[in-house]
Ligand binder design. Sequence first.
Ligand code: NAD
Length: 391
Amino acid sequence: MILGVPKESYPGERRVALVPVVIPNLTKAGFEVVVESGAGAGAGYPDELYTEKGAKILPERAAVFAQADIVVQVLCYGSNDITGKADLPLMRRGQALIGFLRPLGSVEVIQEIARTGVTSFAVELMPRTTRAQNMDALSSMGTICGYKAVLLAGVTLPKIFPMLTTAAGTITPARVFVIGAGVAGLQAIATARRLGAVVSAYDMRPAAKEQVQSLGGRFVELPIEAKNAQDARGYGTAQDESFYARQRELLGRAVAESDVVIATAVVPGKKAPVLITADMVKHMAPGSVIVDLAAERGGNCELSQAGKVVIAHDVKIIGEINLASEVPYHASQMYARNLTAFLTYLAKDGKLRVDADDEIVRETLLTRDGEIVNARVREFFKLPEPAASRQ
Ligand code: NAD
């Protein structure tokens, strides 16, 4: 089975789907690897490192798609809504495609992918089970983003993070408030703590409290309770607007008292809830920083703009998107390990095992034989039953 690694084409994207170090494991599992020339360069993995590990370098993108039985990408069409479409004519029926496909994004785009006949697997749909933990790319990228968000805040804030007692007096520590204590939020808490900040955090899932505290953060309790705060997969659920309004009211004080707010609250497939209003920003001290990791999904802060830094009321609101690409070496390494675990799980006797009885396959398989086959995605977009099951 030939695995193809095209160069990422999303503007500014520096990650790569496979790094050289995973190639021997893939070879052992029966894969050959072909890589588009320069695919790893932005992440610190030049072509020679791939060749040393036994991969073949191809100068042409089209040749990578033509030779590959399985194409692996970071941002496939779907998540790459700028240049991803150009890859569609390169795909063929029966070929497999694995990567971020934004399966709950646009149904038209997923239908376009389906129509190529490609057998696609969306890594975002990986079940959150113990067995699939080492294949969970969302968690890997969340970890990277949470870390980098704190560093961004650190270089932007006109203060230092730790408490210092010096001959020039005592400096009080920065106060960092993290909203949403999932994977990214927890990593942000840990990173800010390591830098010496005083950290507090809030999440509507009660289960997050213990995790925040175990990292040395103070859990901010609000006197409201979310209805079924957590779904079966562990994700936060969408709440009604009156819940969000009450949250905004109650979060005001914690936001106003913070030098840095790292906002990570998202709900799969939904616009991110607005939890920080313009008025709340107004009450923050001049020079404060908000890093809105939800900016791409509409933003947790009312004033955020995706991909931009907005200055309002003397507060910098960083709406950076695709932050994982800013740490391309380790983001690619983690992603490549996730993919390798997934690929070696799928491979059997030199073939890809597309067994719908298997939970990991069933949950991640997005399109096959020209159709969107994923039950969760079909239900999300309210699509009628697929043709195969109508017969
Ligand atoms: P996510 O990126 O979807 O969301 C980030 C956080 O935002 C979540 O914790 C969510 O509860 C929170 N949030 C959403 N709406 C909110 C609101 N209105 N107010 C406050 N907070 C809100 O989540 P994630 O980082 O992918 O992780 C979610 C959970 O899944 C975590 O508990 C994580 O530990 C768990 N998880 C489990 C596994 C596994 O078992 N293999 C793997 C990864 C994550």
